[in-house]
Design a protein around this ligand. Structure first.
Ligand code: NAP
Length: 209
C-alpha cells in the first residue's frame, strides 16, 4: 500500500497548540508520512469577523510548524485565485502525489459538520477520507446526523482530550492585551505582538464563542 498523507486545512487565525497537537496525533495514529498544513487563502464560508490577511496567517503557520520534520506548510490555497475550495486543493494534491497515496483531510469537526454545504462534497469525499478533530465533550451524534451514513463512512474522528484552545479565544485574549503564552508557540505569540494582529478587533470577534 502507498504512503498516507494528512492535509490539515484551516483558517488558522491564529494557529495554536490545539491545531498542532491534533496534527501530531493524526500523524501518529493514522501513520501519516507527513502532515501538510494548508491555510486557506479566501475562506469559502463567510466569517463573523474580519479574517487576517492570508500571508500573515500563512507566516504564523510556517513559524509554528517549522521545527517538526513531520510537518509542512503549503501555499497552494494562497496562490490560487478565488474561494479556497477544498475539492480543488485535494485535486491538486492528488495530481501531485498520484493515485497510490492515501489522502486524509484533517480539520475541525464543526467544519466537517457542514460538509454538505461545501463545493462538490461527494467528489471531495472520493479523493480523500476526513479526520474530524473533536474538542472535549463533543456530541458525535451531531456529526452522524449531519453527514448521513455514506459520508460518515469516509470520516474518522480524532479526539484530543484535555486540549480546548480555539482561535476565537486567542483573538479575544490578544485584543484584551492578555498573554498567549502556552496557547501557541512563542514565535507565533511574538509575531502577533510585532504585527499588532487582533489589537483592533471589531465587536463580532470579541463577542464570538
Ligand atoms: P471554521 O468554521 O473556522 O472552524 C470550525 C471549527 O473547527 C472551529 O472550532 C475551529 O477551531 C476548528 N478547526 C478549524 N480548522 C481546524 C483544524 N485544522 N484542526 C482542528 N480544528 C480546526 O473552519 P474553517 O477554518 O473555515 O474551515 C476548515 C477547513 O475546511 C478549511 O480548510 C476550509 O477551507 C475548509 N472548508 C472548505 C469549504 C469548501 O470547500 N467549500 C467550506 C468550508 C470550509 P479554531 O477556530 O480554533 O481553528
Amino acid at each position: 500500500m502507498g504512503e498516507a498523507l494528512g492535509i490539515m486545512g484551516g483558517t488558522f487565525d491564529p494557529i495554536h497548540f490545539g491545531h498542532l497537537v491534533a496534527a501530531e496525533e493524526a500523524r501518529l495514529q493514522f501513520e501519516l508520512a507527513r502532515v501538510i498544513f494548508v491555510p486557506n487563502g479566501h475562506p469559502p464560508h463567510k466569517k463573523d469577523y474580519d479574517v487576517t490577511a492570508a500571508e500573515r496567517r500563512y507566516e504564523m503557520v510556517f513559524l509554528a510548524t517549522a521545527s517538526n520534520p513531520g510537518f509542512e506548510t503549503s501555499r497552494v490555497e494562497l496562490d490560487r485565485e478565488g474561494p479556497s475550495y477544498s475539492v480543488d486543493t485535494l485535486a491538486e494534491f492528488r495530481r501531485r502525489f498520484g493515485a497510490g497515496t492515501r489522502l486524509y483531510f484533517i480539520t475541525g469537526a464543526d467544519a466537517v459538520l457542514e460538509l454538505l454545504t461545501w463545493h462538490e462534497p461527494r467528489r471531495l469525499a472520493e479523493m480523500c477520507e476526513f479526520i474530524a478533530v473533536i474538542r472535549p465533550g463533543y456530541d458525535l451524534r451531531r456529526l452522524e446526523e449531519a453527514l448521513g451514513a455514506d459520508l460518515m463512512a469516509r470520516c474518522r474522528v480524532l479526539a484530543i482530550p484535555g486540549v480546548d484552545i480555539s482561535s476565537t479565544g486567542l483573538r479575544r485574549r490578544a485584543a484584551g492585551g492578555e498573554s498567549l503564552r502556552y496557547f501557541t508557540p512563542p514565535a507565533v505569540e511574538q509575531y502577533i505582538g510585532a504585527h499588532r494582529l487582533y489589537a483592533d478587533l471589531g465587536a463580532g470577534a470579541s463577542a464570538a464563542g
